[in-house]
Design a binder for this molecule. Structure first.
Ligand code: GDP
Ligand code: MG
Length: 462
């Protein structure tokens, strides 16, 4: 994730404070130095870093920690508050009928973000549609159409029309049943006059409720100048920062936006339509500091559970509470996990887990990639009821038969059995996930997370 270095180095430094009840000047100096180093590495502006360090230093030494608070929790709370302040607020975005226009330079991630946002709104129960008005870049129509197909959202475009304003008008009409109309526009290599003119014309035709600027995270601090320029020439209400997964400079982009008149609405962190999240400063920083992000996690879990259950009506998660972890359970867990997104992202959201346990997991402990799942599904289809229920009792000759029946190999069958064993063990480690009831797991973690944080009760997101 973004600022990963900051997260892990800070956690390391903070851990050294474990057991201490008082902070020395040296402790504070060390922590502040660590924060400075990581933020500068992430391309955060020097002035901002210095200001933040001064605030943390002053508060850590002067503020009296509430009774019973350990030194670690005291600093953690201050660092958390200062970092939340550093990234600013989230762009307001009510879940209601609206039209959103996207602007940005070519390649910044507009089209990808349009489809991602549409997917995000559809998961919030609204009906979105994407209107593609880019007639400048060859292939823009096909790209947008394909992404919208993957996001399972409505799409409008016209590959034979050259006038973007006309497409915008017709698109709005054609998708008027949608709740959220997202108008994707063309970009240029720089903010030139003809781009400004084009955006202005489309805006006049569309009359959007919101204009969002898409910025590539790789520009780091450059985000400040770009956001200012776009705001001055075409006016923006918020920013989407894309490609946070692919750069070490994300911190620069994240912190620069607050320096302008704007705020961040979404973060893009991958090439597929699900790789988007609403920017929420407190959750984002909690996750960074290893405090987890319960809100995001709960959202993902609920979504995954709902979808998995849709496909599998007669599954009652309570059943798993009564017995063991069978291959059938594993299949459901894998399906649900798969829907939650990449496991390392999910683990980052679990309070108190913050890197520690995550680093101890074998790399493929829960590798639930789609390709692997497909092979596993073939194999499971060739198993008997008894084998699915009692995978540990499967003999070598049964492995041979299953491999032949599924058209895979003995090696793959053994891999599946091995995976099942590993998942079973890992789930036990998580203390509760093996119960199958993820909602229950969440509650438990909430308690554990809160408890582990000592005197931090009442701090909000955890
Ligand atoms: P546009 O020209 O502004 O519409 O930009 P596109 O949406 O076409 O994106 C340009 C390139 O960046 C494409 O290859 C996308 O797959 C890629 N891209 C967009 N967003 C992300 C992201 O969040 N992460 C990664 N890794 N790639 C992205
Ligand atoms: Mg585009």
């Amino acid at each position: 994730m973004v600022l990963d270095n900051l997260g892990s180095s800070l956690r390391g430094t903070l851990d050294k404070l474990r057991g201490k009840s008082r902070l020395s000047k040296e402790d504070v100096e060390e922590i502040v130095k660590e924060i400075q180093r990581s933020l500068l590495q992430a391309d955060v502006d020097v002035g901002l870093v210095m200001e933040l360090s001064d605030n943390i230093k002053q508060r850590a030494l002067e503020e009296e920690p509430p009774g019973g608070t350990s030194a670690r929790d005291h600093v953690l709370r201050i660092v958390y508050e200062e970092l939340v302040d550093l990234v600013g607020e989230s762009t307001e975005l009510p879940l209601e009928k609206q039209t959103i226009m996207l602007a940005g330079l070519q390649g910044s991630g507009k089209t990808t973000s349009a489809a991602k946002m549409a997917w995000w709104f559809s998961k919030k129960g609204l009906r979105p549609a994407v209107i593609q008005t880019d007639t400048f870049r060859p292939g823009a129509y096909d790209q947008a159409k394909e992404m919208c197909r993957r996001a399972e959202v409505d799409f409008y475009g016209d590959p034979d029309e050259e006038d973007p304003v006309k497409i915008a008008r017709e698109g709005l009409e054609a998708t008027k049943d949608a709740d959220v109309q997202i108008v994707d526009t063309a970009g240029r290599h720089a903010l030139e006059d003809d781009l400004i003119a084009e955006i202005e014309e489309i805006r006049a035709a569309v009359n959007p409720d919101r204009s969002l600027l898409v910025l590539d995270a790789a520009i780091g601090q450059g985000a400040k100048a770009q956001a200012q320029q776009f705001d001055e020439s075409v006016g923006i209400n918020g920013v989407i920062i894309s490609k946070l997964d692919g750069t070490a400079k994300g911190g620069g982009a994240l912190t620069a936006v607050k320096e302008t008149n704007s705020s961040i609405a979404f973060l893009g962190m991958g090439e597929t339509v699900q790789d988007i999240e609403r920017f929420e400063p407190s959750g984002f920083i909690s996750r960074l500091l290893g405090m987890g992000d319960l809100k995001q996690l709960t959202e993902r879990v609920e979504r995954a559970m709902a979808e998995t259950q849709d496909e599998d009506d007669d599954w009652d998660p309570e059943d798993m509470l009564k017995g063991k972890f069978t291959l059938r359970d594993m299949r459901r867990q894998m399906q649900a996990m798969n829907k939650m997104g990449p496991l390392d992202q999910v683990l980052d959201m679990i309070p108190g887990l913050g890197g520690g346990l995550k680093d101890q997991l074998p790399d493929d402990a829960m590798d639930v990639t789609k390709d692997r799942m497909r092979v596993f599904e073939f194999i499971m289809d060739s198993m008997t009821e008894n084998e699915l229920e009692n995978p540990r009792s499967i003999s070598a000759s049964q492995v041979k038969r299953i491999a032949r029946g599924s058209g895979t190999s003995e090696e793959k069958v053994r891999e599946l059995l091995q995976q099942h064993k590993m998942m079973e063990q890992t789930l036990k480690q998580f203390g509760g996930m093996g119960d199958g009831d993820m909602q229950r797991m969440m509650k438990r973690m909430e308690k554990q997370g809160g408890g582990g944080m000592g005197g931090l009760g009442g701090m909000g997101p955890f």
